[in-house]
Write a protein that binds this ligand. Structure first.
Ligand code: ASC
Length: 131
């Protein structure tokens, strides 16, 4: 009972929207006034979505469904073994950000947020058509 490509496309777009929302909240907090509670909520949400298994939303064949034409994922994402590796790096750094947010200060969060952003960019550089 595998989900249909159309469903996977919606879920993955939603998942990345949630990540972008919370990424923006962390960004605002490391660039401006720091609110730890806000950052913990945002970081935990990013980690939760990452840990849910983003890779499974890019199931083979889900580059074919209705709606595919207006996604920005390149077809190579579904075949290149490096995709999973890059996704794994994102998950690792997202979990680290949640840990740092809970235990450390703005400077440490800022540094770890930078590390997380690099894993976003590494994947986008190879597997995304636009920002
Ligand atoms: C975001 C977002 C991205 C990444 C990227 C990080 O918030 O929408 O695509 O961060 O800019 O390098």
């Amino acid at each position: 009972n595998a989900p249909k490509p159309e469903q996977l496309i919606k879920w993955r777009q939603s998942a990345f929207q949630v990540i972008a929302w919370n990424n923006g909240r962390v960004k605002a907090n490391v660039e401006g006034t720091y609110n730890k509670e806000e950052v913990v909520k945002a970081a935990n949400t990013i980690a939760a979505v990452a840990n849910a298994g983003l890779g499974s939303l890019f199931a083979p064949g889900s580059d074919k469904g209705k709606g595919w034409h207006d996604t920005s994922t390149k077809p190579e994402a579904f075949t290149d073994k490096r995709f999973g590796e890059l996704a794994g790096n994102f998950i690792k750094e997202a979990n680290e950000l949640a840990k740092v947010a809970a235990n450390s200060d703005q400077a440490a969060v800022k540094a770890q947020f930078g590390a997380l952003g690099k894993t976003c960019k590494a994947c986008h550089d190879d597997f995304k058509t636009k920002d």
